[in-house]
Design a binder for this molecule. Sequence first.
Ligand code: PMP
Length: 361
Amino acid sequence: MTRAFNFSAGPATLPEPVLRQAQEEMLEWNGAGASIVEISHRSAEFMAVAQQAETDLRTLLGISNDYAVLFLAGGATTQQALLPLNFAAPGQRVDHVVSGHWGKTAIKQARPYVDVNIAATGEADGFHDIPPRASWQLSSDAAYVHITANETIHGVEFRDNPDVGDVPLIADFSSSIASEPIDISRYGVIYAGAQKNLGPVGISVVIIRRDLLERSGQPRADIFDYRSHAARDSMLNTPPTWNWYLAGLMFKWMLAQGGVEEFARRSAAKSARIYAAIDGSGGFYRNEVAVAVRSRMNIPFFLPSDELDARFVSEAKAAGLLALKGHKAVGGIRASLYNAMPLAGAEALATFMRDFQQRHG
Ligand code: PMP
């Protein structure tokens, strides 16, 4: 068996030790006489797995007890619809800062429920930069401010925690959570679909400052109510047990590797390799993002023609470097460098880039 270096943007590569442990435990989990996916979510065995996962995530990210941590079925898009339902009154003003495709998705999901003010957007310049904080037109009466910490498609990443005063800051950290320390106290809500840095698709992590759970929000079914999920430890209904278990294995792996400080070091090193190959190519490879907000997680770049883009993707695949085709919204190439991608993977890609340029440049 040969596992290639997989640069998929999500569902994304997972660490081999995590996959091996899951494989070993697939038939029988820890003497339970059944696998973890075949037993009740309310069994003592699964409850212990679930609680351990929460404890480990709290340790990994430094989440205090002022915040609830929810493990919910579904992806980040679902949370984008639940945010206005839970944290804003019907038709209330909410502020969104848009730095790429996923920021636009968040608006689309919120619009049926609230009055969305686009406080700033980088769309006019193709999302190559994050609008500076001084240019944001925040509302005086907004229920919250929403940002996307890392734009997975456009490859722009906030490199600071913007100050929005007393209004809760809500951030989509789907594609950068656990890649560096986060000052959680700067945020009202942090949410992330798991399928990049936290494990398998199908589960999301939502970290909510507890006072926000007291907001009445708007009429909604119990299953769309964060407060109900928090009150029932994310077991209001049957949770995605397999995904929760696998995410728990990921948290343990990340802690054993040295935690988020170590992943910050690795992310800086990995992304530097790719940006160096781009910047040193004399214009053969182009990344159009402002240097100060270049993403460490997702690096989009372009070759001189669509033909060369396609050739790059297919030759890379043959060389064991998978899933480098850019998202259809922007085209080109995209290399995703999540926590499970080793430095050797980034180095192999950088070497391939130089070699490809020599052959086709
Ligand atoms: N936000 C970001 C930053 C994303 O990268 C994605 C998915 N790639 C989403 C939201 C949507 O997530 P999902 O498909 O899990 O709903």
